[in-house]
Design a protein around this ligand. Sequence first.
Ligand code: BGC
Length: 657
Amino acid sequence: MKYDLKQLTLDEKITLLCGTDCWHTYGANGKLPVLHLSDGPNGLRKIDENDQTVKATAMPNISTLANTWSRECAYLDGATIADDCIENNVDVLLAPGANIKRTPLCGRNFEYFSEDPYLAGTLAKEYIKGVQDKKVGTSLKHYLANNCETERFYQTSEVDERTLREIYMPAFEKAVEAQPYTVMCSYNLINGVYAAENKKYLSDYLRQSFGFKGVIVSDWGAYRSAYKSINATLDLVMPHCDMHFANVKAALEKGLITEDQIDFCAQNMLNLIEKCQAEKGVTTTKEERHENAVKIAEEGIVLLKNEGALPLKQGKICVGGNFADNPPIGGGGSAYVQTDYQQKNLAYLLQEDMGKGSQVEFAHAYLHPIGDTNKTKAVYQCAYWADSVILCVGNDSGIESEGYDRKTIKLSSTQENFIINTAKYNKNVIVVLFAGSAVDMSSWIDKVNAVVLAGFSGEGVNQALSKILSGKTCPSGKLNETYPLSLEDCNVKVNKVGLCERYSEGIFVGYRYYDSFNVPVLFPFGHGLSYAKFEYSNLCVTQTGNTDFEVSYDITNTSSVDAKEVSQLYVKDVFCTVSRPEKELKGFSKDLIKAGETKKVTLNLNYRSFAYYNTALDKWHVENGDFEIMIASSLTDIKLCAKINIQLDESTQQSQI
Ligand code: BGC
């Protein structure tokens, strides 16, 4: 170790446990290097000495990244952002967030991966590896049970233990396997105790059970009491807080904490500082980083509906709406990235991709997501004479943002009317939808021929859209969350009694609810269309241990276009004696399958794939009995199914964790 605790006085050790300003750690009068922490997760958002936001690559938002269902894309995203960090001397990127999308209203859903913990944890882990393999640190956030923005500083999330273990913790648990340099605790209380002071969830679970070895940092301003947070093993308080030093000292003098506890936290800080000194190198140019943003966007854009409208046919194409010219690239708040990339109009890019056989015309209409819509006549006239119309509509960073939640999941009535009216002048309307979370499309979906979810896809969005609309790229994104028919169909309502948010739906979050209780939805979890056709066959399940199984199957691309397919593995506990979801995601794969080719996919299942959290035994428990293994193209499009039986003797069952 280059940096030794013994070099530091007690006062210096205590000072090290608090930032010096909004973004920097303490340098102990030149004894230690100062670290710079900056936001993510959708690219680098660094505030410089002059309080200016540094320009960086605006990557697809995490919601788009998660729609790729691609471990490679998650790794590439992290590695690309790391290069921006290295170029700007940032040591720790404050990302990614692994919170579960409990309700489509949550203002920060665009920063989060999924309503499913397996998908969220798997991709968060790859993102962290992508950043940290370049020797830049990450901060896995916001731990724990922070699933809405309303009253986020004061809310207590009242969640039962089984739900925490099965829904809200596993994404963090999985991501911690990549050993993020830091974990950021959330603002809220968990069952009446602030996350920053919650010894059970910080020390007992995060450190002891999950094996986290790094620094626990408070969310910005989440810190309350010095002795309680040190007892909970919170290491670093951010941003600078005048009272922290005096409070820690006073707590020490009163015997509420010991010097050993201060040493433990200070040592964690020294380890972090040491790791951040590793030699780093930028390996991509700015242009290459932009190309990575385009590539990830291409894989994350989801074709939701297509009645023969796409890929576009040659002819007269009208592109309408100001978002075609100036697309929303991300949600708002600390995750908003400022880029100096000059957007090209979608119509211009489409003209290039479609070639001389088409005339692509841009019709400007100003469609404010909540305000008035004007100049629509230009679009209607253009649509009237066109063979296809592409309408760019949706939300922007003002609607979906940190700090508040959405009130509705519908588009504004002016946007809805614009779609409905355009469809009166043209029978081939394609809606390109910008949004970071689910949208209710009930008033207009039947009137249009195709819907493409552009999401919030960063600075490369128009290039990616043009490739997909023109058919140069085959769409391969699938939804990381359910799109309900309407908000009324969601079981999670704002359920606050005072500042207490009751998670009374328990484990039935997202598809676990809709699927188990037969609630019809607009688009199920895992849904996404392709221009190719796939056939699934040859499911083979081989037992390799008591609860270990190797599952393989073939996917054949029976079409004439090369394409990627996301296949999903769901497990159902058939005769369970506790209430369990109808089925749960336990594996997935994304594979490039050339036209006419067959690809064999192999996935592995283990104890946790079959277990639920038994609170009476206080452990993950596999109940003996029958299970179904389903291979699917979406939650509701099951292609293959196998039945297995698990019988564990009591001693084996007792020995499992
Ligand atoms: C957000 C964090 C962010 C931090 C620093 C907080 O308000 O919740 O996600 O990293 O600010 O900007």
